[in-house]
Design a binder for this molecule. Structure first.
Ligand code: NAP
Length: 254
């Protein structure tokens, strides 16, 4: 077991699969006690079992990150199990697909509720206990799409741009309290979110090929992002705050 996150308690939202699940595994491997927050109890428990089976520390906390009461319960559960958290990875997110004239106002609101408002709600509940830990690192999940226009999902892309800027405001506010806040902006990553997005396209294989061609390094894997999250969670990044950390396979260099 390595120790880049030794003695840290970390909360990861949306950690039952994809990037969140891989991050939970690597955080635990690096010595953190990990609170796996997700709406999916079965898959979340599997992630915890997997971590514990190799000697890591983890707990599953059922939590819909749009529901204030569930968030507070998850904070209480995390603190009573492991103590005060010094890492919060606001990873949970969904992708509403559809152009402006196709999606409904309800879809639009739901997109912003899960991707943006949840960061406000979860941070509001966690910052008071992070203060008790003496400070820490908050990682907000952004995206390449905060910087590139994609016509197929404007609600998603604009929500991620909001995350990047929300991060800057939080970073300035909390720096004096030794709480760093950065956004992590992946390229396209091979997860079920991508599979579900492709399934909504007329020709999924052709769209996948197109996405691959847009990225000089092709499509990434969850662990490509999880290692970046380990860095942002660790003290190795102690002079970094407010930054959008791009791990995007080179799409922005084209
Ligand atoms: P994923 O495979 O869909 O995993 C996301 C997890 O979050 C799922 O377990 C999901 O549960 C959970 N979740 C959804 N809504 C939630 C809520 N309200 N409360 C708590 N948990 C919730 O997604 P991913 O690809 O790993 O993406 C993780 C993050 O990275 C997202 O913010 C995404 O926007 C961002 N990102 C992904 C990519 C990519 O290409 N994959 C690129 C850039 C950024 P259910 O499965 O039950 O819904």
């Amino acid at each position: 077991m390595a120790d880049r996150l030794r003695n840290k308690v970390a909360i990861i939202t949306g950690a039952a699969r994809g990037i969140g699940a891989r991050s939970a595994e690597l955080f635990a491997q690096e010595g953190a006690a990990v609170a796996v927050w997700d709406i999916n109890q079965e898959r979340g428990t599997d992630v915890v079992d997997c971590i514990q089976s190799v000697g890591g520390k983890a707990v599953f906390c059922p939590c819909d990150v749009t529901k204030d009461q569930q968030i507070q319960q998850a904070v209480d559960q995390t603190v009573s199990k492991f103590g005060y958290p010094s890492v919060l990875f606001n990873n949970a997110g969904i992708a509403v697909v559809g152009e402006i004239e196709q999606i409904t106002p309800e879809d639009w609101d739901h997109q912003y509720e899960v991707n943006v408002k949840s960061i406000y709600l979860v941070s509001r509940a966690v910052i008071p206990v992070m203060r008790q830990a003496g400070g820490g690192s908050i990682i907000n999940m952004g995206s390449e799409s905060a910087f590139v226009g994609f016509p197929m999902h404007p609600a998603y892309t604009s929500s991620k741009a909001a995350v990047v800027h929300l991060t800057r405001s939080m970073a300035v506010r909390y720096a004096p309290e030794k709480i760093r806040v950065n956004s992590l902006c992946p390229g396209t990553i091979n997860t079920e979110l991508l599979t579900e997005f492709l399934a909504q396209q007329d020709d999924p294989e052709a769209v996948k090929e197109e996405i691959r061609d847009m990225h000089p390094l092709g499509i990434g894997e969850p662990e490509d992002i999880a290692w970046a999250a380990v860095y942002l969670a660790s003290d190795e990044s102690k002079y970094m705050t407010g930054a959008p950390m791009l791990v995007e396979g080179g799409i922005l260099t084209l």
